[in-house]
Design a protein around this ligand. Structure first.
Ligand code: SME
Length: 165
């Protein structure tokens, strides 16, 4: 049994440090990327409050052989399966390889609404040896749920687990 207990009153930097340490412990020595992403999605869901979706989109192949994002393990409601590079918040993160912090998803041009409850979103690219392998997507039902500390925390997580997914 795995028991990771986030401190309910921890400040964000401490919370994300604990999350990254738990993620490291949980995926250490396990080579199966899907198993690791499944556990990581569950861990983010457990540690990060006020979310309605948390998970991975992996870089995969579209039917015409180009790159696109394909749904990976997640926690939350069923979601859009394929997202072309450049579309939506996830596609913007994939193309720019930069973190996207969106305070109001309804004001983001091309936002893809998978769950109508989502109001704000954080998407962080996962790079391995300089190549994009996935994005981590967090959605919240609260407007402006994510700030720079959330972005820094998930970026640190992405760096920590990039070789394990
Ligand atoms: N809203 C995302 C799509 C993925 S779902 O939120 C899970 C986007 O605009 O890329």
């Amino acid at each position: 049994m795995y028991q990771f207990a986030p401190q309910a009153d921890a400040a964000k930097p401490e919370l994300y440090r604990e999350l990254a340490d738990a993620a490291d412990a949980l995926t250490s020595g396990e080579p199966d990327a899907v198993a690791n992403m499944a556990n990581l999605a569950a861990l983010i869901w457990q540690f990060v409050p006020r979310l309605n979706w948390a998970g991975f989109y992996r870089v995969g192949k579209s039917r015409d052989g180009g790159d696109e994002l394909v749904l990976g393990p997640f926690a939350g409601m069923p979601a859009c399966i394929r997202i072309p590079f450049g579309q939506g918040v996830c596609g913007a993160a994939a193309v720019s390889r930069t973190t996207q912090v969106v305070a109001d998803v309804n004001a983001f041009p091309g936002h893809i609404a998978c769950d109508a409850a989502s109001r704000s979103e954080l998407v962080v690219p996962v790079l391995r040896d300089g190549a994009l392998v996935a994005v981590i997507d967090l959605d919240s039902p609260e407007p402006a749920r994510f700030d720079g500390e959330d972005a820094a925390g998930i970026e640190a997580l992405a760096e920590r687990i990039a070789s394990r997914i």
